[in-house]
Design a binder for this molecule. Structure first.
Ligand code: KG4
Ligand code: ZN
Length: 345
């Protein structure tokens, strides 16, 4: 039975606890995020067990806070959406258990949301929303994918990374130049102060056909450049600039190729690296020049958040989809296996 009441969204796949309320009629009513960045910083990366425990501590207070901000009570909810994967199993289980328990006690349906579907539907939270078919570039800490979105729920993988994801390349490169965790946004900030052209790195896999990515070689090039340099602040910024330009150029080239291959005229950028200013500017410019439309979620909805999960869940619940009472999570989950929103017939 399609629901028209507000949907609570819960995201807990990694190191961010995100909660939001999305109303199918009125749009996003409230969203809250708690980031565990400070907790993991001293270890230089996410510690899964600590992440799970912190989700346990933060999730219910955040649910209360978000419902209050939305001006509704639990009894007003028509469904619960939660990230069921891919992600860290313990972290996923915290969100899934809370979501299922809430749904059970409120006697409303619960829906398992694919984290990457959440990311790629995030632009639908904006006033100027894309319409399928479109091509989506999903660039996060764990993924670099080009996807043909034939309809919401029908996804074809056009290209994937052969090694490091784009965000992972940002994070690892930042780390090897001594920047604190999480390095990606820090490296991007530094790149703004760097001089263009002082360091030129390769644009991996753009010299041959295909839509796959490979970023680990770029990281090695940076390591060599850094080791052979004076390792001063100006050099660090110049290398950061060269690295960012190489990644952004590579992503832009592959996006244009994917648009050409599919004949689509809309491009969606999503995932944490989608918050990158240079990537946004370059693609906006390319769109003007080459006559296609590009859609970005606002930067806070590029990185992990509850709003994208509430939205994706609301769309699926409205289409009559929901889960059985078992608590299931999928640390690995193929996006292409999802069911279309409106099955044929
Ligand atoms: O989507 P997300 O929040 O989490 C995952 O699902 O992985 O993406 C996080 C990734 C991290 O690797 C982070 O360094 C990167 O996105 N990131 C950025 C920027 N902001 C976040 N990378 C480049 N420039 C940014 N401004
Ligand atoms: Zn993510």
């Amino acid at each position: 039975m399609p629901i028209a009441k507000p949907v609570l969204g819960i995201e807990s796949s990694c190191d961010e606890t995100g909660v939001a309320v999305y109303d199918p009629q009125r749009g996003l009513l409230a969203h809250r995020l708690y980031s565990q960045v400070r907790l993991h910083a001293e270890y230089g990366g996410v510690v899964p067990e600590l992440a799970s425990r912190d989700h346990v501590r933060k999730l219910l207070p955040l649910v209360r806070e978000t419902l209050a901000a939305a001006g509704i009570g639990v009894a007003d909810l028509g469904g619960i959406a939660y990230t069921a994967g891919p992600g860290l199993i313990g972290a996923l289980l915290v969100g899934a258990s809370a979501a299922r328990a809430l749904a059970w006690s409120l006697e409303v349906p619960a829906i398992a949301v694919h984290h990457m579907e959440g990311h790629l539907l995030a632009p639908l939270l904006e006033a100027d929303a894309p319409q399928a078919p479109f091509v989506a570039l999903l660039v996060s800490g764990g993924h670099s994918m080009l996807i043909a979105v034939d309809a919401i729920g029908s996804y074809r993988l056009l290209g994937d990374t052969l090694d490091d994801a784009a965000g992972e390349a940002f994070d690892k490169t930042a780390k090897l130049m001594g920047l604190p965790y999480p390095g990606g946004p820090e490296l991007a900030r530094l790149a703004e102060r760097g001089e263009s052209g002082r360091y030129k790195f390769s644009r991996p896999m753009t010299d041959r056909p295909g839509l796959d990515f490979s970023f680990s070689g770029l990281k090695t090039q940076v390591l060599l450049a850094w080791k052979n340099s004076d390792q001063g602040d100006t050099t660090r910024a110049n290398i950061a600039r060269g690295f960012e330009e190489a990644i952004v150029d590579t992503l832009r080239i592959k996006c244009l190729r994917a648009l050409e291959a599919t004949g689509a005229s809309s491009l969606v950028i999503a995932g944490g690296v989608g918050a990158n200013k240079r990537l946004r500017a370059q693609l906006a410019e390319a769109a003007l020049r080459q006559n296609f439309r590009v859609y970005f979620p606002r930067p806070e909805f590029c990185t992990d958040n509850g709003a994208m999960i509430a939205l994706a869940g609301a769309l699926r619940l409205q289409a009559g989809q929901f889960e059985g009472p078992g608590i299931k999570v999928f640390p690995r989950w193929d996006l292409e296996q999802l069911s279309p929103l409106y099955p044929a017939g």
